[in-house]
Ligand binder design. Sequence first.
Ligand code: AVJ
Length: 336
Amino acid sequence: MTAFALSQPTVRLETPVASAVREGLAAHPRRLPSWLFYDADGSRLFDQITRLPEYYLTRTERDIFSAHADSIIAQAAGAQAAGQTGIKPARLRIAELGAGSADKTRLLLKAAAGRQGTLLYEPVDVSATALEAAHARIEREIPGVRVAPLVTDYTEGLYLSPAHPGERRMVLYIGSSIGNFEPHQAAQLLEGIRAALEPGDSLLLGVDLRKDERILLAAYDDAAGITARFNLNLLARLNRELAADFDLETFAHRAVWNTTESRIEMHLESLVAQSVQLSLLDLEIRFAAGERIHTENSYKYAPGQVESMLQKAAFTAESTWTDERNWFAVCLARVE
Ligand code: AVJ
């Protein structure tokens, strides 16, 4: 019988996290993708961020929904057009991209269920756990709503089952989630959504608007230090998942306003010269003192910019709702 020598195999960890970290930390300047923020701890910290006094985004968008949910839903259903043309307004089914905890969405779901009696709500997220939490609560708390979660990475293309005849699909992409994408990626994403829709369907897009730099910086560098913990949790995650040895005391949270690109950037700055081991990647990274890892972009849009992004993706921007300070905008766009 032949004996085989079992040599130590070189196993390369091939998970999305491993490849993203390998690629991002090898780059100069170093970077890590912002989707890495959202493990269980990071999602909890983001939830705390949305309740911070400085983080106006969630509160402002919720205020817009509180004031306008009925008109937003009526517009999506085509009630206005129906008045003019005599066409019967359609029933809506609502899909939400990156649904997460779906908190603000409830205002829209209530308005839609109130209008048509029942509603099918299809939250789409890469994380099944995020979807499960929202599922039971929404069915329990909003009468008439049935939840059909869809676990998929919508940035890789969106595939939705066809709506029933006489139904219109409304896709929600709210919370300024699109702000994490570079302009060319954002354009692709909108085109991907457009391709999943039929004429008469609509997209509701929520974006953060350009404003005084001090307000922006405070929102991304709050006094209680929650955003700093959110950013640093990325390194804690690599310690947990990749057996890395980042010393969190020697990295600092930085928020920067990049006026040319019109975006808030988050970075993690190494306060000392040091080298870090990522055991499961078999990787060592040397940081110079002051060297940064770029962890997030959060784009802030000029008035009219969302509408033109939507038009470029072959949507017709129909209506935009905003708050009285003009800090946040919610735009309804139609597929013709
Ligand atoms: C979830 C992408 C909308 O960009 O404001 C919050 C994430 N980062 N604080 C944002 C975030 C730092 C957030 N989005």
